[in-house]
Design a binder for this molecule. Structure first.
Ligand code: SF4
Length: 190
């Protein structure tokens, strides 16, 4: 692209002013299109929250209208991210319960099976409780090899999900330790 001194000065002045206009240089359209957003008059039910994905703790603003999440964006007043979001945080909208692409039912694949079967939550919770009880009873260790009291099972582990918040993690770990688990991990660290 040929750029005369006059054209260069025009471009520099326009860019400095935040307006990028390439028409005089033979290009077809401006690059700085305004971002699409929701109507300011509908900004109801805005709440601030913390990103659940990792320990950076970035702040976000969630806007809801009639119980439906309509927008999630970085909180410009938050001291950590100041309105920005990494690619994971920018996809926070996908966590909302009204996301039609989010799996909302139990799918079970039997050992050795190749097909997924739809099951109820009652069935799934009953299965989980039964398997934990059976495995825990069969693997319980009251003392380790040196005779110290340990009261634990090494045959059950837990891997937490990234969307667990602080309070959920607190309750989950309390429950897991009370069951005697020692292998407690979190998906975001793997
Ligand atoms: S926005 Fe990104 S960096 Fe910030 S807490 Fe979420 S995942 Fe972590």
């Amino acid at each position: 692209m040929e750029l005369s001194r006059r054209g260069f000065l025009k471009l520099g002045a326009a860019a400095t002013a935040g307006i990028v206009i390439f028409e005089p240089l033979g290009l077809k359209r401006a690059l700085a299109a305004p971002p699409k957003g929701f109507s300011v008059s509908k900004r109801v039910g805005e709440k601030t929250t913390i990103c659940p994905y990792d320990a950076s703790g970035c702040g976000f603003v969630v806007a809801a209208d009639n119980g439906q999440v309509i927008n999630i964006e970085g909180d410009p007043d938050h001291p950590i991210n100041r309105g920005t979001a990494c690619s994971k945080g920018a996809s926070l909208r996908q966590l909302a319960a009204d996301n039609p692409r989010r799996l909302g039912k139990v799918l079970y694949r039997a050992p050795g099976g190749s097909e997924w079967q739809e099951k109820s939550w009652d069935w799934a919770l009953d299965q989980i409780a039964r398997k934990i009880k059976t495995t825990r009873d069969a693997s319980w260790r009251e003392r380790d090899d040196d005779g110290y009291v340990v009261n634990r099972t090494e045959a059950v582990a837990s891997v937490g999900g990234a969307s667990l918040d602080n309070e959920e993690c607190h309750l989950l770990v309390k429950m897991l330790r009370s069951l005697g688990l020692v292998y407690v991990e979190h998906q975001a660290r793997i």
